[in-house]
Design a protein around this ligand. Structure first.
Ligand SMILES: *Cc1c(COP(=O)(O)O)cnc(C)c1O
Length: 375
């Protein structure tokens, strides 16, 4: 059994993929070919934003907007500590300073912790609050109804990290459309993935869009040989755009299938584990189906037991960012973010993709219950 089965998906669209890739090879527009343009239009429409800028990875999709904001080392950007490394790495790469925030039982940024952290930074006076990077972890939108008013109150920009959330929505508004600017990733294992690295940035702000477009290609100006700022080499390959166009056609259908798989898991695990929390109005992209063990010992038993039954189980994330070696320089004590610290010892994720059958889910759940000696 695969944790994510990309082969089943490929079998469905193989002819269309071949046709689109052959067209790119025939036309040889490998950089910024017509597929890139077409994809950007379709993605902007998909999530209801004015502008989409495709780019070379989810990490660059975070770094480029942060570079466009012109961060200084004294600028604080608030990031949840329970997420993938790049959510905070991007802040340092762009010249700012991440400030870690705790999460709540949804696995997403805790709004209470966020406001406390902002007030701490203001009271301390060393850094100046500049922005927030909420993450739509495991496919679930952050609590934007409570978060956006706080951003406004303290005059902070909001950069949505929708790398795992693309395809999900909150009250009918799609992830990728929250805050000033949003980033997503097309890494193969994400809900919408290509066959290599890729990403996209979304915004409604024309001025920000123009600055980001310049940064994407070495800070170019209107004259190709006059570079007006520092930038990166951050374009999406035409071949990856062609692959994404093909995958986008079946994406809505795959999102529905993910709902079904999650519902089967919920049915069979209800009463055994606390189920993933999906607040009212949220439609998760189900990038992961993540449960909490009682403690580290039980999780170790689950991982070993499932391995023995050849069922892949992953841990996202075993070390919260504020406890990682690379962020030691921020001097954020482990105990200051207790929920992140505890979750890192408890969480584990079960196989999740649109092509899981009910029998697969039953096999996984039966094995899990046996490993926990519940049946
Ligand atoms: C995957 C991921 C990224 C980075 O995306 P890449 O395409 O791998 O660079 C950033 N943030 C989160 C939350 C992610 O899951």
């Amino acid at each position: 059994m695969d944790f994510i089965d990309l082969k089943a998906q490929q079998r469905l669209i193989r002819d269309d993929l071949n046709r689109r890739i052959s067209k790119v090879l025939d036309e040889s527009h490998y950089i910024m070919g017509p597929e890139v343009d077409e994809l950007e239009k379709k993605l902007a429409e998909f999530c209801g934003r004015k502008y989409c800028l495709s780019c070379s990875s989810g990490t660059d999709a975070l770094v480029i907007p942060l570079m466009a904001y012109g961060l200084k080392e004294t600028d604080a950007v608030f990031v949840p500590s329970f997420t993938f490394f790049a959510s905070a790495e991007s802040v340092v790469l762009a010249g700012g300073t991440p400030v870690f925030v705790d999460v709540d039982e949804t696995f997403n940024i805790s709004i209470d912790s966020l406001e406390k952290c902002i007030q701490n930074v203001l009271a301390e006076g060393r850094l100046k609050p500049a922005g927030i990077i909420p993450v739509d972890l495991f496919g679930l939108s952050a609590d934007y109804e409570r978060l956006l008013p706080i951003a406004e109150k303290y005059d902070l920009f909001v950069l949505e990290d929708a790398a795992q959330g693309f395809g999900g929505s909150l009250n009918g508004k799609r992830n990728g459309a929250f805050g000033n600017v949003s980033a997503t990733s097309f890494f193969p294992a994400k809900p919408l993935g290509c066959y290599g690295d890729g990403g996209a940035i979304f915004t409604d702000d024309e001025d920000l869009y123009n600055r980001m477009k310049s940064i994407r290609v070495h800070g170019h100006g209107s004259d190709k040989y006059d570079n007006v700022r520092m930038g990166v080499n951050g374009r999406l390959d035409t071949i990856q755009a062609a692959i994404l166009l093909s995958k986008l056609e079946i994406f809505e259908n795959e999102l529905e299938k993910r709902q079904q798989v999650a519902a089967w898991y919920n049915e069979q695990l209800e009463g055994f584990f606390g189920l993933p929390i999906i607040p009212d109005g949220c439609f998760s992209a189900w990038a992961q189906y993540t449960l909490k063990a009682e403690n580290r010992e039980q999780r170790d038993r689950i991982i070993a037991g499932m391995k023995g039954k050849n069922i892949p189980v992953m841990i996202y994330y075993p070390v919260p960012l504020h406890m990682q070696t690379a962020f030691k320089f921020l001097n954020c004590a482990a105990e200051t973010l207790p929920v992140c610290k505890e979750l890192a010892q408890q969480v584990f994720s079960l196989p999740m993709h649109p092509y899981l059958e009910k029998e697969d889910v039953t096999e996984i759940c039966t094995a899990l219950k046996a490993v926990c000696a519940w049946v």
